[in-house]
Write a protein that binds this ligand. Sequence first.
Ligand SMILES: [Ca+2]
Length: 245
Amino acid sequence: MCNIVVLQSSLLIIKKFVLAKLIIFAAVTALFGVIFLFPANLPKAVAVELVGQSLVLENFETYANGVFPDKWRMAKSDARKIYKIETESGNRFLRARAEKQGIQIGLEHRFEPKQQQHLSWRWRAREFPTGADERLSDKHDTVAQVYVIFDNQILPRIIKYMWSGVVPEGSRFVHPLYSRARVVIVRTGMSDLNKWFQEKVNFYDDYKKFFDIEPGRVQGIALMSSSDSTRSVAAADYDDFVLLP
Ligand SMILES: [Ca+2]
């Protein structure tokens, strides 16, 4: 009898533990839309290992004008309204315009970060979210940000490279909404509107500096222009994501 009571009580504890884990997982997924778990109907990016070589992950040239780039996965279907292909002087790129929204999209590509440590891309700010501050959870919006997602696709570590209107360039801090994410402000200021800039980051070094361990496999990259916290508008363009040794 006693054993049955102990067993029942153990089962209850296990159930509570599993429930708590599920609640935490749902909360994290809702916040960050662990995008690679969802829309499995979309084709995966071709995973090519090119050790010691550059690899163009995405230049948007293969898509028709005005469409959502279907190699990218979305956290919510409303992403289709935010992210669309645009053409300018014969070049195709991704245009983002988020009105009171914050939805990320991601491109799955798994590889060993030690082999290809750098990511470069181009971006252009068009409209900054009003009153945003990337350090504060209640004002956490960004005109443009690019992420590298590491280790796994359930509770990944993430490094987010952001263009901030106000936070000083070079700032590095823990993400205010997700403790496994780190932020690097790679560009600051609202004066350089409508002008393309190229960025290049060493995500392998950044991971080691932030977490003090060797990174696991990169799972992919993601991007987001967000304006949900400030109930305003964020607009930016993105192009030419390249992995380099
Ligand atoms: Ca392009």
